[in-house]
Design a protein around this ligand. Structure first.
Ligand SMILES: C[S@@+](CC[C@H](N)C(=O)[O-])C[C@H]1O[C@@H](n2cnc3c(N)ncnc32)[C@H](O)[C@@H]1O
Length: 216
């Protein structure tokens, strides 16, 4: 399934802007579960990739507190501004495929509904960037639209894929993926995955740790 180009993705999310908050109805529980699994602590250095309107980044900034660091990176200049304003922390305009951060900069990375805009052939590039900027022992939580696991969610995904074939833009560039195996192949260990269905929309939550033994 063809994916949208970075330029196209940026334009889609520039236009969507704050209206993307409406998706919370279908994605909120999966993100909450992802945040539980991330186990962010006061003082942590946390990166959110693709913070969108900044709801999660605002939460992360509150948890890490003044002793920690929360930063974001978003492809869309409009989303970068919205999340910066909402969370009150730095958000740079940039691409998950080439993170402008030093090796081992972060204790935690959170990324929701971004990898499902990116071609599977590029997952190794993105995941190796996540791996590089995490400290050994650091944790990535990624949440994405995924394949259905129940009757209603399978029906939803079938309809969504049909719409995507007609117009990826109408689907905001998003289509179902599974990331667990790619995270393992990128060197994360352990890697766990679970699926949450909310209003028939299935989301995969992958928790992946950069092992202490692989010090690059
Ligand atoms: C579907 S929205 C999700 C926003 C937010 N994470 C959430 O769950 O509410 C995707 C966001 O990722 C950004 N994005 C898309 N591709 C990206 C990339 N390659 N690198 C960084 N951000 C990207 C978009 O601009 C948009 O803000």
């Amino acid at each position: 399934m063809a994916t949208v180009s970075p330029k196209r993705a940026s334009r889609i999310y520039d236009v969507l802007g704050r209206t993307y908050d409406l998706a919370e109805r279908f994605e909120g529980r999966a993100k909450e579960r992802g945040l539980d699994l991330l186990e962010v602590q006061p003082g942590h250095r946390v990166l959110e990739v693709g913070p969108g309107t900044g709801r999660v980044l605002q939460h992360l900034a509150g948890v890490v507190g003044s002793e920690g660091l929360a930063v974001g990176i978003d492809l869309s200049p409009v989303m970068a501004r919205l999340s910066r304003d909402r969370a009150g922390v730095p958000v740079v305009v940039g691409d998950a495929r080439a993170l402008p951060f030093a090796d081992r900069s972060f204790d935690r990375i959170f990324c929701s509904y971004v990898l499902d805009l990116i071609a599977p052939a590029e997952f190794p590039t993105v995941l190796s960037e996540f791996f590089r900027v995490l400290r050994p022992g650091g944790v990535l939580v990624n949440v994405s639209l995924t394949e259905g696991t129940t009757g209603p969610s399978r029906a939803f995904v079938a309809a969504w894929k049909a719409l995507y074939r007609v117009s990826p833009t109408l689907c905001a560039g998003c289509r179902p993926i599974r990331l667990r195996d790619a995270a393992g192949a990128a060197g994360f260990d352990p890697v766990t995955a679970e699926t949450i269905v909310e209003w028939a929309v299935p989301s995969e939550i992958v928790t992946a740790t950069r092992p202490n033994r692989r010090e690059a």
